[in-house]
Write a protein that binds this ligand. Structure first.
Ligand code: SF4
Length: 360
């Protein structure tokens, strides 16, 4: 079993109707690629993200137009909205006023402390947290000078400095990320951070790459951290439709038993014993079960030789061959049907298992 039940102790931090940290599930999030001032496109993308399972969404707020669009966006979506602010505290105040559920901002980048104080006061009034986002690529010069180049120590030192600014203002609803596109550096930084403070950690391998390479790097990095019990929320960063980020995040969480009520597909790699055209069937079933919110494992196997036995852990499965499809549950054959209808019959079994799950 690869279930992980332990998580490193972190402080619970409320984000809208969710809580990041504590004993809560690992939350999946993404970021819009649309121009935030384009409300229609942004809302359309967020609704697609919601449908895919995204639990928190972030939008860039680079200017007034973006800040002014936030309340309209917020009124049309169902998941917590995060405003990503870089340097301008006035944009942060506008975003908070507009009703966002969290802001991403590094207090040390704002400048004067009275301005940080204004942002903190507004966050306290609305009970919303701040995510400090340290990025290896934009580490402050003093830490680069001290450590020579971006290091885990430098990144954590930067995070601690931003944290101290907020703590000195008696603000503790903090979430921290320490992103790097170098997987090893990100791992070291998050591990060191988990030993240095107990604020929840937002995991990410930044600028990971395209759908394929970025997914691999993210799975390697996030997987290693999650396996250590580190990480309270994840964002996979891909040069792709953000819906793909959620699909990848969900698979990574599933691999560690951290995604509640998610289906899993088991499919054989095929070999010389293959007796059906398995790959399109596996893809069709993978798509079919994507929207099912139940912990059901479905197996697709290319022959009956090792089939049901190989997939004993699956709740339901299909082993095809010689013009027939063998349907099995928990390794036991339940019936054999003609090849032409085997995929439809498998879908019926999946539907009935889902109905049973919903009614129990
Ligand atoms: Fe080969 Fe059959 Fe195993 Fe698939 S299930 S890998 S076809 S032996």
């Amino acid at each position: 079993m690869n279930e992980i039940t332990h998580r490193k102790h972190t402080r619970p931090v409320k984000v809208g109707n969710l809580v990041i940290g504590g004993k809560n599930e690992v939350i999946m999030q993404s970021m819009c690629t649309t121009k935030t001032h384009d409300v229609a496109s942004t809302v359309e993308q967020i609704l697609r993200l919601e449908e895919a399972g995204c639990q928190i969404v972030r939008v860039a707020v680079p200017d007034e137009r973006a800040a002014e669009a936030l309340s309209e966006i917020k009124s049309q979506i169902n998941i917590p909205l995060v405003a990503d602010i870089h340097f301008d505290y006035r944009l942060a105040l506008k975003a908070i006023e507009a009703g966002v559920d969290k802001i991403r901002l590094n207090p040390g980048n704002i400048g004067r402390i009275d301005r940080v104080q204004k942002v903190v006061t507004a966050c306290k009034e609305k009970n919303i947290p701040i995510r400090i986002g340290v990025n290896a690529g934009s580490l402050e010069k003093k830490f680069l000078v001290k450590y020579g180049y971006p290091t885990a120590e430098g990144m954590v030192a930067s995070a601690l400095e931003h944290i101290k600014i907020l703590e000195d203002l008696d603000f503790h609803d903090i979430i921290v990320s320490l992103k790097a596109s170098n997987v090893k550096l990100a791992l070291e930084a998050y591990e060191l951070a988990s030993r240095s403070f107990d604020y929840p950690l937002h995991l990410g391998i930044t600028e990971a790459g395209t759908l394929f390479t970025g997914s691999m790097k993210s799975a390697a990095g996030l997987g290693a951290l999650l396996s250590l019990g580190i990480g309270n929320t994840v964002r996979v960063s891909l040069s792709a439709d953000p819906v793909e980020e959620i699909r990848v995040a969900k698979e990574v969480l599933k691999a560690f038993g951290l995604a509640a009520n998610a289906t899993t597909l088991v499919s054989c790699p095929t070999c010389g014993r293959i007796e059906i055209d398995l790959i399109p069937i596996a893809n069709e079933i993978e798509q079919y079960i994507e929207s099912i919110k139940a912990p059901i494992t479905v197996a697709i196997l290319g022959c009956g030789v090792n089939g049901p036995g190989e997939a004993r852990e699956a709740d339901i499965g299909l082993a095809g061959g010689l013009g027939k499809g063998m349907l099995f549950k928990k390794g036991k054959i339940i019936r054999t049907v003609p090849e032409e209808i085997m995929v439809e019959e498998l879908k019926k079994e999946i539907d009935s298992m889902y109905e049973h799950f919903k009614n129990t």
